[in-house]
Design a protein around this ligand. Structure first.
Ligand code: SF4
Length: 223
């Protein structure tokens, strides 16, 4: 990393650290051009907080759902509910039909799950990253070990990852959701702490139901 970029990163983290998550989001849209900012959402159990913040500070901003073709029906219903409730501009993207068919017919989630995630999630997201400077993400530090060290801004190749809610506690997440009466993915009430694809998600606390009994813990999008 060039030293200038490193200094900018330190300054950015310093100036955003003491702000509330909502104020961090507001400042991001002052500090960066909106067409250089990428927003994606999985419409999982903690997605509503970031989406609510976007609706407050930049309601026109496109929000992308990477549809793997293996999402739960409840997740797609939740996307529609959030879209209506928060008035967001949500755009679905995904792998080409040919590529997705390859994963479906070869059941890659069973035998080559990294390839499956690459084709259905990572590659479509890589297309979205082109021409962007910052990528907003709703990662939370308490969700698993891999996220413990993350700061508000982290370099990710040519992009900056922006984690405005990284330091929220489970109690703060719950309070924010309650205060703003945000809708929840119905799977949460059935015992799913985290929600991904139907083939790779089981019930469980936080992320313990994702790729259960498998060494894989992340899809490769964020970490
Ligand atoms: S989470 Fe599972 S089904 Fe979804 S893309 Fe990754 S391996 Fe495939």
């Amino acid at each position: 990393m060039k030293s200038e970029r490193k200094e900018n990163l330190i300054q950015l983290n310093e100036s955003y650290k003491s702000l509330s998550p909502l104020d961090r989001m507001g400042l991001l849209f002052q500090d960066f051009e909106s067409d250089r900012i990428l927003v994606t959402s999985s419409f999982g159990t903690t997605s509503a907080i970031i989406l609510h913040m976007i609706s407050k500070v930049a309601p026109e901003q496109p929000v992308h759902l990477v549809n793997t073709g293996f999402l739960f029906e409840e997740t797609l219903q939740y996307k529609n509910e959030i879209e209506k409730r928060l008035g967001l501009n949500i755009i679905e993207v995904g792998a080409s039909e040919n590529k997705h068919r390859f994963t479906r017919e070869n059941q890659t989630w069973k035998y080559q799950n990294d390839l499956c995630c690459f084709i259905n999630k990572v590659d479509p997201t890589n297309q979205l990253k082109k021409g962007k400077d910052v990528w907003i993400s709703g990662l939370l530090r308490f969700q698993n070990e891999n996220r413990q060290h993350l700061r508000i801004f982290e370099p990710r190749n040519e992009l900056l990852k922006f984690h405005p809610i990284i330091d929220m506690t489970p109690e703060e997440v719950s309070l924010y959701t309650t205060i703003y009466e945000l809708p929840q993915n119905k799977l949460y009430y059935q015992g799913f702490g985290s929600v991904g694809c139907t083939h790779c998600t089981e019930k469980g606390d936080q992320r313990e139901g994702r790729w259960l009994n498998n060494k894989k813990t992340e899809c490769g999008l964020h970490l």
